[in-house]
Design a protein around this ligand. Structure first.
Ligand code: HEC
Ligand code: HEC
Ligand code: HEC
Ligand code: HEC
Ligand code: HEC
Ligand code: HEC
Ligand code: HEC
Ligand code: HEC
Length: 406
């Protein structure tokens, strides 16, 4: 009698499992390359899928459902107001959106810093909406033919990009962008499922970070043709065979000191850091399936750093901040990750070299001008009484022996 009950319970469990799956995974039809889509992964990994849906990765590209779609954040009632160059190189003041119509938009691109608009011919439009300060700004304004989203941008903003025909399996950064194509994993049963999909936690730290580095980077393929590592497979090496990072001679990407001038350069910066050498990966500081704060760090603010650098003191008087009579400094990120990069506006992204940029470098590399070479101190101290040479003097005069890290 008892085992008949057991059987009933077991078969009910089996039924409810199948009922939970909207599609029978064994019958899922894969897209070219073996991609099934995040909605299929979510049928079994439902907890991960539901928190992933709250991450910016999952939302970065949206297909628009008519001109009233709330995904369109740009304010068409506020006219633009900026000066830029037109196609003939003349300075022009721009006060209207020209022929940019909401009804022409197919895709909206961006949710954090800025939004760009793509039409049905995959053209990226010449106006972008900056969320940082709620203004319109120019984008490739002087190019008669701006970038083509399919061939120039998609790889890093979609899942399962196919270089052969510039197509993709899913918009935005789905599960398989980091785990690789999932059809074999989804169709396997029981023990046969083992080792059918990439788990970054089982990779060495540098190969796991290469997964992030396929998008969080800037440069070209070795043949110079693409600005993304077309054909990269997660779990394999990214550099140098699949991609070459923009060199320091590219002054549009780097400040003279070797800190970022633009965005999406976290991977090459991190590679120059002590963290890289010591095996501290992107995942040691960032969450991947969920987000608890704006940039998805595991712990907010200084506590992230102090979790590992426990011996660095934040005591306001005797603490680490190496400036005499200025105990106000305990913001690790403020000095060690100054905001030198630009996504929408100058200084809206932080460097990932984790090196303090001393004011001395503004003197030596930027003729004393923070607009030619920013530094850690002036990122907070904007006043003239805090000219770079004065700040450097305070730093030199007061630098006491720094505490040792364990
Ligand atoms: C039919 C249910 C099912 C579907 C659909 C499914 N998984 Fe899994 N997945 C599992 C089970 C069960 C495990 C754990 C046991 C195992 O590895 O055999 C697992 C394990 C994993 C692991 C860890 C593997 C390891 O080696 O440690 C990853 C990563 C993963 N799944 C990702 C995905 C992704 C991405 C998708 C969508 C492409 C997906 N899964 C779809 C059932 C599923
Ligand atoms: C931005 C990259 C990224 C995306 C997107 C992503 N994952 Fe992961 N996943 C990881 C990393 C990295 C790990 C290794 C553990 C860790 O560090 O979080 C992992 C681990 C896993 C594991 C192993 C169990 C665990 O939690 O450690 C499963 C299962 C999994 N992911 C499923 C999914 C599913 C399902 C989705 C989509 C809903 C998804 N992942 C989206 C990067 C990603
Ligand atoms: C090598 C990969 C790569 C390429 C190529 C690329 N991007 Fe990005 N893009 C990223 C990454 C990674 C981010 C987010 C990280 C950051 O900005 O530091 C981003 C951010 C953005 C954002 C801001 C998103 C937001 O939420 O604010 C927009 C808009 C954008 N990209 C548009 C484009 C367009 C248009 C192109 C083509 C002309 C393009 N990208 C080419 C990787 C890439
Ligand atoms: C030692 C910790 C640490 C490591 C390692 C790390 N990050 Fe970050 N990351 C941060 C902190 C802190 C911020 C800024 C958070 C804030 O401003 O609130 C940040 C911000 C970001 C941002 C937002 C844009 C910006 O740059 O300000 C992106 C994207 C990002 N990290 C990606 C990555 C990637 C990809 C890797 C690996 C190549 C990585 N991070 C490694 C700590 C880290
Ligand atoms: C397929 C390309 C791609 C991959 C792979 C990828 N990212 Fe991103 N990442 C992006 C894009 C695009 C954005 C901008 C999303 C947005 O603004 O909505 C972004 C945004 C971010 C941000 C800032 C927004 C937030 O809070 O999430 C962080 C941090 C980040 N990525 C870390 C990582 C890490 C860590 C990995 C590896 C585990 C990774 N990314 C893998 C393309 C990618
Ligand atoms: C997961 C642990 C971990 C986290 C989180 C972490 N670090 Fe580190 N950090 C290390 C390790 C390990 C080293 C290399 C060994 C050493 O010098 O202590 C290192 C090295 C450094 C160095 C270089 C030290 C030198 O000798 O030149 C600086 C600066 C630094 N970290 C700052 C930070 C800041 C700022 C944060 C927060 C944004 C942070 N770290 C978060 C583990 C971590
Ligand atoms: C006022 C700016 C400032 C602040 C705030 C600051 N640091 Fe530093 N830090 C420095 C300077 C300057 C050095 C000396 C190395 C250099 O010149 O690059 C340094 C060196 C370090 C080193 C390497 C030397 C050592 O002590 O082993 C680590 C690790 C470090 N800081 C971590 C932190 C952490 C963690 C915090 C937050 C509690 C923090 N710093 C806050 C400016 C600062
Ligand atoms: C995260 C923001 C931040 C960063 C980065 C920062 N400071 Fe400060 N600093 C402050 C604040 C806030 C005060 C106290 C208010 C004030 O006096 O402006 C202060 C005060 C000072 C003072 C004493 C007040 C004065 O005017 O004489 C000096 C000196 C100083 N900082 C030097 C530096 C130097 C040198 C660096 C770079 C190594 C630096 N600061 C980086 C925020 C910062």
């Amino acid at each position: 009698m008892a085992h008949r009950w057991m059987l009933l319970v077991l078969s009910m469990a089996a039924i409810s499992f199948t009922a939970g799956c909207r599609e029978n995974p064994a019958q899922v039809e894969a897209k070219p390359g073996g991609y099934v889509g995040s909605h299929v992964c979510g049928q079994c990994h439902d907890r991960i899928a539901s928190t992933w849906k709250t991450t910016p990765h999952s939302m970065v590209i949206r297909q628009v459902n008519g001109p009233d779609d709330p995904a369109i954040l740009g304010d068409w009632a506020t006219p633009p107001d900026f000066t830029t160059k037109d196609a003939s190189g003349q300075s022009v003041s721009v006060t209207s959106l020209g022929d940019l119509k909401k009804s022409d938009i197919l895709l909206v691109h961006g949710v954090l810093w800025k939004q760009r608009y793509i039409n049905a011919d995959w053209e990226v439009q010449k106006f972008q909406w900056n969320m940082v300060d709620n203004t319109w700004a120019p984008y490739h304004f002087s190019d008669p033919q701006g970038p083509n989203w399919k061939t120039d941008c998609a790889y890093c903003h979609v899942t399962g990009f196919r270089p052969a025909d510039n197509s993709w399996a899913e918009l935005s950064i789905g599960c398989e962008a980091c785990h690789g194509p999932g059809v074999a994993h989804v169709k396997a049963r029981g023990l046969a499922r083992a080792n059918t999909i990439v788990n970054p936690a089982k990779l060495p730290w540098h190969l796991a970070s290469d997964i992030c580095g396929q998008c969080h980077t800037r440069g070209k393929t070795p043949d110079g043709k693409q600005s993304y590592p077309a054909g990269f497979q997660v779990g394999k090496r990214l550099l140098p065979s699949m991609f070459q990072v923009a060199g320091y001679d590219d002054t549009s990407a780097w400040w003279p000191s070797g800190a970022i001038k633009q965005h999406r350069q976290q991977y090459p910066e991190w590679q120059t850091s002590k963290h890289f050498q010591a095996g501290v990966s992107c995942m040691d500081c960032h969450t991947t399936h969920s987000t608890g704060n704006r940039f998805s760090t595991k712990v907010a603010g200084n506590n992230l750093c102090l979790g590992c650098h426990a011996t660095i003191s934040t005591d306001p008087v005797s603490g680490h901040a190496p400036i005499k009579d200025a105990p106000q400094h305990s913001d690790c990120i403020g000095c060690h990750m100054p905001a030198t990069g630009k996504s929408a506006t100058v200084g809206d992204e932080r460097t990932h070299t984790f090196k303090v940029i001393p004011p001395r470098l503004t003197m030596e590399l930027g003729d004393g001008d923070v607009n030619k070479q920013p530094n850690s101190c002036n990122s907070c101290h904007h006043h003239s009484k805090h000219a770079p040479e004065q700040l450097q003097a305070r730093l030199d005069a007061a630098r006491r022996p720094l505490p040792q890290t364990p």
